[in-house]
Design a protein around this ligand. Structure first.
Ligand code: ATP
Ligand code: MG
Length: 179
């Protein structure tokens, strides 16, 4: 590929907004990075359901991508998270802090913006993780409701808007599309 290969510059990227495609775009980035032989770690928050196509595909076809899921199969009550919700989020952020320090080329923190918004993870802890990362590490944080201080710190913010969604036509979630 013809581009200047300056020394790698670790980027902070955010996929947010209320439209569809934040997580799937993150998976596309993981695919791109692993294609260059880069080390990739994906940590999911508030996603305990094993029935996502990407989980099966990654485990079966791309086992070199480290994948950690946290959370339960239940919806989190924003106003009243359970102790398990909090414990699982803590488990996720500890793994994220360790993964970042381990120097992966790309760490994806899927739905972490929602975990911050729901009060499961303190924003300050995430900002500290970003600031303390090794200079070559790329970070991608996904999920709606990304807080302003995170957007301020990011190099790239993609806000995906909900121009239309088939859900509003009454079309239920489809395997391979929604999960
Ligand atoms: P995807 O995982 O498909 O890339 P996403 O990460 O952008 O989507 P989330 O906000 O994490 O979307 O939502 C999870 C699921 O909810 C997605 O599969 C998506 O199709 C669905 N969804 C997204 N936006 C809406 C909406 N406005 N109404 C109903 N369902 C939605
Ligand atoms: Mg998502």
């Amino acid at each position: 590929m013809s581009h200047n290969s300056n020394s790698p510059q670790g980027l902070v990227m955010v996929n947010t907004g209320d439209g569809k495609g934040k997580t799937t775009a993150a998976l596309g980035l993981a695919l791109r990075a692993v294609g260059h032989g880069q080390q990739v770690c994906i940590i999911q928050f508030m996603k305990g359901d094993p029935n996502y196509g990407e989980l099966q595909a990654l485990r079966q076809y791309l086992p070199m991508i480290r994948l950690e899921s946290t959370g339960t199969t239940d919806f989190v009550d924003r106003d009243n998270p359970t102790p398990t919700d909090l414990d699982e989020a803590e488990r996720g952020i500890v793994m994220a802090e360790e993964a970042v320090q381990q120097g992966y080329n790309l760490v994806i923190l899927d739905e972490i913006n929602v975990a911050i918004d729901f009060g499961l993870i303190p924003l300050e802890r995430v900002l500290r993780l970003i600031k303390n990362r090794p200079p070559h590490s790329h970070l991608l944080l996904t999920g709606r409701y990304a807080p302003q201080p995170l957007l301020d710190l990011a190099d790239t913010v993609s806000t995906i808007s909900d121009t239309k969604h088939h859900f509003y036509k009454g079309i239920p979630a489809q395997p391979g599309i929604e999960h």
